[in-house]
Design a protein around this ligand. Structure first.
Ligand SMILES: [Zn+2]
Length: 207
């Protein structure tokens, strides 16, 4: 498998479609694609047409279509679940490249794992997607800054809307920590007029 194919937007698109289908079923997925007018984009992903990219605009429209179909609250809950599901599919595709699956890594203290995991996960986005992530840390928090966020691309909203990213990080943290739950919250969103999307993670787990 070539490096280009590995990191193609198609692969990311495929992960999102798989995550969506797992959460809302085949019928739900078809409805979302229809509302977002994304049938052709999805067809390109499924048939593996590498030259046709699954654009930021397509990702944003998928996210918005979830809200239109299921309402803002329902759509939010589903997007969180889709994000969690996407992490599992993403791990299958990219897990070995994260370098976090070796036994030695699993034996590290939690704080070290969080630091290394955040850096490694951000590096994956920066290397293989057009989405740019910057991680900042304090003693108690991790700030996950998304400089070019596909989820809210071109959107305008009153409150943060990048729920899929929140779900993705929740699941990443759950996996990284061996089953702990963390508080994860989007505190700034480009769609709301903020400069970038920022997700705040509390380092101390809730459970
Ligand atoms: Zn965003």
């Amino acid at each position: 498998m070539s490096t280009a194919a590995f990191g193609s937007p198609q692969k990311m698109g495929r992960i999102i479609l798989l995550g969506l289908e797992e959460v809302i079923g085949r019928g739900g997925l078809e409805a979302v694609l229809q509302v977002g007018e994304l049938e052709e984009a999805a067809q390109n992903v499924r048939s593996g047409l590498e030259e046709r990219t699954f654009s930021f605009e397509a990702v944003s429209r998928l996210h918005q279509a979830l809200e239109e179909l299921y309402g803002p609250r329902g759509g939010r809950g589903l997007a969180l679940r889709v994000g969690r599901s996407c992490f599992k599919y993403g791990l299958k595709e990219y897990g070995s490249m994260l370098g976090l699956t070796e036994t030695a890594f699993r034996l590290l203290p939690l704080s070290t794992k969080l630091h290394a995991g955040a850096g490694s996960f951000a590096g994956l986005f920066n290397k293989y997607t057009d989405q740019q992530v910057r991680v900042a840390e304090t003693d108690s928090e991790i700030l996950w800054h998304i400089e070019r966020c596909p989820l809210c691309w071109g959107r305008v909203a009153d409150e943060p809307v990048c729920h899929l990213a929140v779900g993705l990080l929740q699941e990443a943290l759950y996996w990284l920590s061996g089953g702990k739950v963390f508080q994860v919250e989007e505190i700034a969103c480009h769609a709301r007029g903020d400069e970038r999307c920022t997700i705040l993670i509390q380092k101390k787990p809730l459970t």
